[in-house]
Design a protein around this ligand. Structure first.
Ligand SMILES: Cc1ncc(COP(=O)(O)O)c(C=O)c1O
Length: 413
């Protein structure tokens, strides 16, 4: 391992072909922001775009904007813009609702389509909303149940009773990346469908849904896509499956002819059937700018930088923080993880996070014992990584986290 110092880190930034992208974002001067996987930063162009949309479109053309400014087509248009980031066709992706609601719609639709198969298979420790929604779907559809087995045993556990395998591609806590192609193929061999949660993948790691033969996927807009707090989410349904699935939320926006105002529900052809109600246009405008931040970016360079940032972080923590109570819980192999890295702290990971935040370094705490650091290749610099590890070492070495104020839990941890 090369011994890194501040000059080698600054040389990495100087050689970074994507370093100019940072200027596209509002990066608060006083923060070392390693939280891209909870809330991506604000693109500068979003301010102008959203205020233009509000003033000129809503303020100027009001309801006519649905047609004049194409508001009605935004879910499809944004879906088409996300498609290249996840290896899908434009007609297979649509923006709607939240990630949780999209899990519900696709999981329930897939379970129904799978007839008498009764098992929804997932892993323990999957992101809670996925497990909770699966439990809700099983309860609603009756005679279905959720089975969880650890990720290494998923393939062996898929059987003739498996309706849907529900997995998160990049694990929210450990960052571990699953082999989408292998798991999808194993599921198909047993007649099961797979629903992938791409919340920590889209915009962070290469995703090739169609190359992997994927059936279904969902993801959120506020993390690596930089769509803003509570941004609308997206969903993917492989073209070949679209006509055989019916959304359980049969709202009018997913109707074949919403403005015919018929009494009876007839699903739209294609991906549009997975819409439910009126989309949030202001939020969509913000998400469109978030997605636009990727425009003109060589994705291979982006993924390479993501791996390099997280690898540099691990190497610096190894060098500076050894013996200070941290344990890496993410895979060491950069190809086996997403663009975040977590360390367990056995005494008080929450207080460690608070002490870092008080010093301007922004990670996430993930209960019960993880400190998670996210690296957004569009704007995270190698110097950010350096600064964060310097502060982390000081907080741990001086046991600064023992300060009583850092133990007080806020509503959002
Ligand atoms: C893997 C995963 N799925 C889903 C969600 C959240 O879903 P929602 O946007 O509906 O709250 C998160 C949020 O962090 C997540 O990490």
């Amino acid at each position: 391992m090369m011994l890194m110092n501040l000059s080698t880190i600054q040389a990495l930034d100087a050689a970074d072909p994507l370093r100019h992208k940072r200027d596209d974002f509002v990066v608060p001067d006083h923060l070392t922001y390693l939280d891209g996987n909870s809330l991506g930063l604000l693109p500068k162009s979003t301010l102008e775009r959203v205020s233009r949309m509000i003033c000129r479109q809503w303020g100027g053309d009001a309801v006519m904007s649905w047609n004049i400014h194409g508001w009605i087509g935004l879910p499809q248009r944004l879906g088409a813009q996300i498609a290249p980031l996840i290896g899908a066709e434009a007609k297979e992706v649509i923006v709607a609702d939240s990630a949780s609601v999209n899990v519900f719609k696709l999981l329930a639709a897939a379970c129904k389509a799978q007839g008498s198969r009764t098992t929804i298979l997932s892993e323990p420790g999957n992101f809670p909303t996925d497990l909770y929604i699966a439990q809700g779907v099983a309860e609603l559809l009756q005679d279905r149940h959720v089975r969880t087995v650890c990720a290494e045993e998923i393939v062996a556990a898929i059987d003739a009773d498996t309706a849907v395998v529900l997995l998160t591609h990049v694990h929210y806590k450990s960052g571990r990346k699953l082999d989408m192609a292998a798991i999808t193929a194993a599921a198909h061999a047993k007649g099961a469908l797979v629903l992938w949660d791409l919340c920590h993948s889209a915009g962070a790691v290469p995703v090739n849904l169609n190359a992997c033969g994927a059936d279904l996927a969902i993801g959120c807009g506020y993390k690596f896509l930089n769509g803003g707090p509570g941004a609308p989410a997206f969903l993917f349904v492989a073209e070949a499956l679209q006509e055989s699935l019916r959304s359980p939320l049969s709202g009018w926006m997913g109707h074949a002819a919403p403005f015919a105002f018929d009494d009876d529900y007839v699903p739209a052809r294609g991906i549009g059937r997975f819409l439910c109600g009126t989309p949030s246009i202001i939020a969509m405008a913000a998400l469109e700018q978030g997605i636009a931040s990727f425009e003109g970016t060589d994705l291979e360079l982006l993924w390479q930088k993501a791996r390099q940032l997280s690898q540099t972080f691990i190497e610096l923590v190894d060098a500076k923080c050894s013996g200070l109570g941290l344990r890496l819980i993410s895979p060491r192999d950069p190809y086996a993880r997403g663009s975040h890295v977590s360390f367990a702290h056995d005494e008080d990971a929450y207080a460690v996070c608070q002490a870092l935040i008080a010093r301007g370094v922004i990670p996430d705490f993930r209960a019960p014992d993880a400190v998670r650091f996210g690296f957004t290749p569009l704007y995270t610099s190698f110097e950010d990584v350096w600064k964060a590890t310097e502060t982390l070492r000081d907080v741990l070495a001086q046991r600064a986290w023992e300060e009583p104020a850092y133990q007080v839990r806020a509503a959002v941890t």
